[in-house]
Design a protein. Structure first.
Lengths: 147, 403
């Protein structure tokens, strides 16, 4: 293994922010699969004005997967759903001071998890989020192109 | 318990023993002569080289010291054996039989031989504990088969293969047998004569000697071409000025390892079994990978359902425990270890594997410490896991049954 994680990645891995479940979530998204070793689930609580009041996550995966989930939740709390859609995997990576190249797919998974939760929220509440695409089932198809 | 440092990754590598370092030092300092030179200073290096060859030969039961060739690693020995036999026996055939659970030094060499050199490779399946299927071996041998290459003891799950039976099958059919004994040497008895082994790979750093040195045993009469071309070293088969300090260290280390093996295993095996027992008692949804008997003395490998191996290693590392995993994240690919796949583990379970390999310096206190740290770490990761959440909420059934 012997890969170097940044201090920020290790901090978010050791002290994950917003880890847990949410009873009355406005939207829940789960992406990835156990086969490839990463699953992320994001819970959103969105108020009437479309502002994300709270976020929780659960992740099955490596250190980078946990850290990107944790960072992603921090980056979308307090944002509108539209702004949350614009949080990219690159922004998450930058906020973590980078990821080893083989771990870039973890940040993509975090982005997808947010999108999947937003999609769920939009569907349940009959809201349109401009530019939001339905979640992809097989995250690997995306990863393949990016790496 | 106070924070400790517990090295539990002896299958990855070991630290050089003080006695070994002591024996090596003169050859790093004053005895720097090149064994190929003729003056007196070089003679001691040459003598040290031949003494070490004798020590290795004796440790593996070789009849002649000339059957031992030093290499730069176990991987080199594996490469040489496979590529060399393929080349030398091309007139007999192009078929090599190996197993699905070999080290990459074998698998990737076979892959090369198949794709670039036109070899036919059969990968024998293994059973759920990792033992090679002997009936499959027997059926796979054809008139074209020139070599069978099988791992003596598996690096990932510790399974010890029945070498004598494998050898009997090979020799009844007149096929050469290469054994990758990298994990086995110093842990279990290996005797090339008694076991009927034609070629054997050894790596020094697995038995408390330095890295960068290994050996290939080649039975007298087996045709093996030169692997590295250049000078006359290693009877012109493997050119390059010999790594004398490393070779001296290897000689001393293999002698110590083999002489102390029986005594050491009297404590190491019970220590291993205690660790296995306590993990099974204290951590639910844990599955031992590999067999309970016929298992390398210090070798423990478990799968923990609902969690992923790299996270586990990072948290263990923070607690001062060095271990390894067959998870995809630790291999740099998306697939978990080929060994765990070959014994039939589903991906979910293979990603959550943990290998703890104990060695000569580990104590009961080390196992106490592992057992203090490991269960809460597994628990912590399960609390983070959406898979575990689904299980707790009754949405999925566990793959590993609760004890």
């Amino acid at each position: 293994m012997a890969m170097m994680y940044s201090e920020k990645v290790m901090d978010h891995f050791m002290n994950p922010r917003n880890m847990g479940e949410m009873e009355d979530a406005s939207g829940v998204g789960t992406v990835g699969n156990a086969k490839c070793g990463d699953i992320m689930r994001i819970f959103l609580k969105v108020d009437e004005d479309g502002i994300i009041q709270d976020v929780k996550f659960k992740t099955f995966g490596c250190g980078a997967a946990v850290a990107t989930s944790s960072m992603a939740t921090e980056m979308i709390i307090g944002k509108t759903v539209q702004q949350a859609l614009e949080v990219t995997n690159k922004a998450v990576m930058e906020a973590l001071d980078g990821l080893p190249p083989v771990k870039v797919h973890c940040s993509l998974l975090a982005e997808q998890a947010i999108h999947a939760a937003l999609w769920d929220y939009a569907k349940k509440n009959n809201v349109t989020i401009e530019g939001l695409e339905p979640p992809v089932d097989d995250i690997e198809e995306i990863v393949g192109d990016e790496e | 318990m106070e924070q400790r440092f517990v090295y539990a990754d002896h299958s990855a590598t070991t630290g050089v023993r003080p006695e070994v370092l002591e024996a090596m030092l003169p050859y790093l300092k004053e005895e720097y002569g090149n064994p190929s030179s003729i003056y007196k200073k070089a003679r001691s290096a040459k003598e040290a080289l031949e003494k070490a060859r004798g020590q290795v030969a004796k440790a593996i039961g070789a009849k002649n010291t000339t059957e031992v060739f030093f290499t730069g690693s176990g991987t080199e020995a594996d490469n040489w054996a496979l590529k060399g036999i393929f080349e030398a026996y091309a007139n007999k055939g192009n078929h090599i039989i190996t197993t699905a659970v070999e080290h990459h030094a074998i698998l990737h060499t076979c892959d090369y031989l198949e794709k670039v050199r036109g070899a036919k490779i059969t990968y024998l399946p293994v059973d759920a504990e990792g033992f090679v299927k002997l009936d499959e071996l027997e059926k796979s041998i054809t008139d074209e088969t020139i070599l069978v290459s099988i791992i003596a003891a598996n690096n990932e799950i510790g399974t010890i293969n029945p070498i004598e039976e494998i050898s009997r099958i090979c020799h009844e059919k007149g096929v050469l047998l290469h054994i990758d004994a990298v994990q086995a040497i110093g842990n279990i008895p290996i005797d090339v004569e008694a076991m009927g082994i034609d070629l054997l790979s050894i790596s020094a750093h697995k038995f408390y000697a330095p890295k960068g040195v290994g050996a290939l045993y080649v039975r007298k009469g087996v045709r093996l071409p030169s692997f590295i071309h250049g000078g006359d070293q290693e009877r012109k088969k493997r050119a390059a000025t010999e790594n004398i300090p490393g070779i001296v260290g290897m000689g001393v280390a293999i002698e110590l390892a083999v002489n102390e093996m029986e005594e050491r295993n009297k404590t190491l095996i019970p220590l291993r079994d205690r660790l296995i027992r306590e993990i099974e008692e204290k951590i639910p949804f844990a599955k031992l990978n590999g067999p309970r008997e016929k298992r390398l003395p210090g070798h423990v490998n478990f799968s923990f359902e609902f969690i992923e191996g790299e996270s586990l290693l990072l948290l263990l590392d923070m607690a001062g425990i060095c271990a390894s995993s067959g998870s995809a994240c630790t291999s740099g690919s998306l697939d978990p270890s080929h060994v765990l796949m070959a014994i039939g583990l589903p991906h979910e379970i293979a990603h959550g594997s943990l290998r703890l390999t104990l060695g000569r310096e580990n104590t009961e206190e080390d196992v106490d410490y592992i057992m203090e740290k490991l269960p809460p770490i597994v628990e912590r990761l399960r609390e983070m896991s959406p898979l575990y959440e689904d299980f707790v909420n009754g949405n999925v059934q566990p793959i590993i049954m609760k004890k």
